[in-house]
Structures are given as C-alpha cells and as structure tokens.
Design a binder for this molecule. Structure first.
Ligand code: FCA
Length: 338
C-alpha cells in the first residue's frame, strides 16, 4: 500500500522537477510534492500493531482528501521519537500527530517541536508533565477510556450470565498496564462494571503486564494462573486486544478449554485473525473503537490548524461498540477495514 504510493509520489516529484528544468528552472510550486505542499508527520509507538496501521490508513485518507503529504514514522522509543522530530523539521514539515512510546516524554517532545516551529496533536496516549498531570494545553484525541472499559466489563458479565456460569467457579484475570492513564482508566472501567454486575470483587485479579505486547500479557496472565489453582472458568480482559490475546493464550497453555474462557479485548483491529479462526477460541469479543476515524480526524485537525489556523479542540473522545464472531465482518466492512 505504501510502496506504490511512494512510487507515484516519487514519479510525480521527478516529473515536476524535469518539467521545471526544461522550463529553464521555472518554479515547480503547485505540483504534487512541490515545495508548497504542506507536509505533516504521523508518529506512532507500535507500528507493528494493526491498530496503528489502521490509524495511518485513516490519516492517508485525510492526506488524499486535503492534498497534503503525510510522513509516517514508527517511534518505539524516546531516542527515535526525538530523531523523528528532527527529521520532520529538516524535511519542512509543519507539524505532527503522535502516539508517544512514553507519555512522560511529553514535555521534551513539546519543547523540541516548539523550537522547530512544529504544531503537535496527541492521539491515544496523552502527554503527562513532571508533576504527573496531563499536558492539557496539547490537543488530544483518544478513546472514552472508562466508558469503553465499562462496556468490556458489561460484555464479560452478560456472556457469563448467558453461559450460566456460577461465580464460585469463576475468576477474572484483568491484565493491567497502570502506568499509562488510558490503560488504567479502561481496566478500572472493566473492574467497575464487573462489580456492578454482582461479580464478587474478591474473585477479580489484576495481572500487571511489563510490556504491552502478546508476550507481556501472556507472561502476566501465566503468573496469575499459576497462583490461582481451583478456578474452573476464567473471564479475561485488558486494555486492548493484545492484552486479552496474550492472556487467552495463557489459559490455553494452562489447559482451559475455549468454552471455559470468556475473553474481551478493546480496539477491534488486532483480533481479526482470532475471530476468523474456524473454531471459536476463548477470545469472545472486542470493543471496537475506530482507528481509521482517529487517524483521519487527528490528521484533518492538524491540517486545518496549519492551513487555516483553526485551533483544534483540546480533548476529543471516541466511543466503542462490541464486536463478536457474529457481527465483526459486517462492522469492519462498514468501517473500510475488511
Ligand atoms: C493505546 C494502546 C493501543 C490502542 C490505543 C487507542 O495506545 O496501546 O493498542 O488501544 O491506546
């Protein structure tokens, strides 16, 4: 997808330069890829996660619609983030959207962007200052984290009721990553909804993940499962699909059958292969929040800020809705994902 687009752009740039040279160095302004075309960056912490790939897809759509150039860069750590900002500045970009690899880098990112005259919008993970408070002056768009977490918890409770499980045989494994606010708000929401459904709080266990990938959640859940012997059935959830997938794999490794596990993820983008498996697994549902919409809207906001000086709203939230094996094809087709 990126490669042909890159080829087209390179070709257009090459043609523009050739035309310019033939016209005795006449100005190439106005050509696609010419010097006056607005360039914007879109930096994400985990480019390997489908969530972020779909966010980029949405941003590409905004670029095509408004005619700006989108420079997409994966920034897995602080060093790469600061280097990416330098590279954007050197390439004449006017600003960037970022999901930072570490929210505490916020003040350094803002300082570097300001020094280079770049505008910044944050997506998904909100910058935090040295005092632990959000940098509220930086425009942010992200999930309605508590609400989406509550929806995940309510989905677990409803399916448990549907299967007729007794609470005395069941426990909940909630994979947490509490150093990230959006993650903590989601898992707190899951736990609150489980308790509100009447699920006993002493049977809800947190499994803190060290890294936000499948091995990280697998290890966290495995450690919990090893401690909690005597549980017959598990409810499993976390801050995103990856967290739940790792924990579901851990239940399988510990001998639990698919029908004895209810796993609910969040994102709805990273569980497509799982929901497509011919036989159901313990991964029952996800709360879909539109990554393409988040990418499109943040890129659009940044473009309008740069081009027309329209200041973006400081805090925009996106809601979610449950998807299961029954409806995911239909929902994701409607979203342009499938
Ligand atoms: C965080 C998570 C992503 C996604 C996003 C909305 O950045 O790491 O998987 O859930 O929030």
């Amino acid at each position: 997808m990126n490669f042909p687009r890159f080829l087209v752009l390179s070709c257009l740039t090459g043609c523009a330069l050739l035309v310019g040279a033939c016209a005795k160095r006449s100005n190439v302004t106005g050509h696609r890829g010419g010097p006056d075309r607005i360039k914007l960056g879109f930096l994400v912490k985990q480019p390997e996660e489908p969530w972020f790939q779909y966010e980029w897809k949405g941003a590409d759509k905004a670029a095509a619609q408004y005619g700006f150039e989108m420079i997409k860069i994966g920034v897995p750590d602080g060093e790469k983030t600061l280097a990416a900002i330098d590279s954007l500045a050197a390439n004449g970009a006017a600003g960037f959207v970022i999901c930072t690899p570490d929210v505490r880098l916020g003040p350094a990112i803002v300082a570097k962007a300001r020094a280079a005259g770049l505008k910044v919008i944050t997506v998904d993970d909100r910058f935090v200052g040295a005092d632990g408070k959000f940098l509220e002056e930086v425009p942010y768009l992200g999930m309605s984290a508590s609400k989406i977490g509550q929806l995940s918890g309510a989905t677990l409770a409803a399916e448990m009721k549907h299967r007729g499980w007794a609470a005395a045989d069941t426990a909940a494994c909630i994979v947490t990553f509490e150093e990230l606010d959006t993650a903590r708000e989601r898992t707190d929401g899951i736990i609150a909804a489980l308790k509100a459904s009447g699920f006993p709080s002493e049977r809800i266990f947190k499994a803190p993940q060290k890294t936000t990938d499948i091995p990280g959640s697998f290890d966290a859940a495995n450690a919990l499962l090893a401690q909690k012997t005597g549980v017959k059935r598990w409810l499993v959830a976390g801050m995103n699909d990856t967290a739940t997938l790792g924990a579901v794999r851990a239940t399988e490794g510990n001998g639990f059958k698919a029908q004895d596990v209810i796993g609910v993820g969040i994102n709805g983008t990273d569980c497509i292969d799982e929901l497509r498996k011919p036989a159901p697994t313990g991964f029952y549902a996800s709360i879909y929040a539109s990554a393409p919409t988040e990418g499109f809207r943040t890129a659009e906001m940044l473009f309008l800020w740069v081009k027309e000086n329209q200041t973006p709203p400081l805090d925009t939230r996106v809601d979610g809705r449950p998807i299961t094996r029954e409806n995911f094809e239909q929902v994701l087709k409607g979203e342009g994902i499938l």
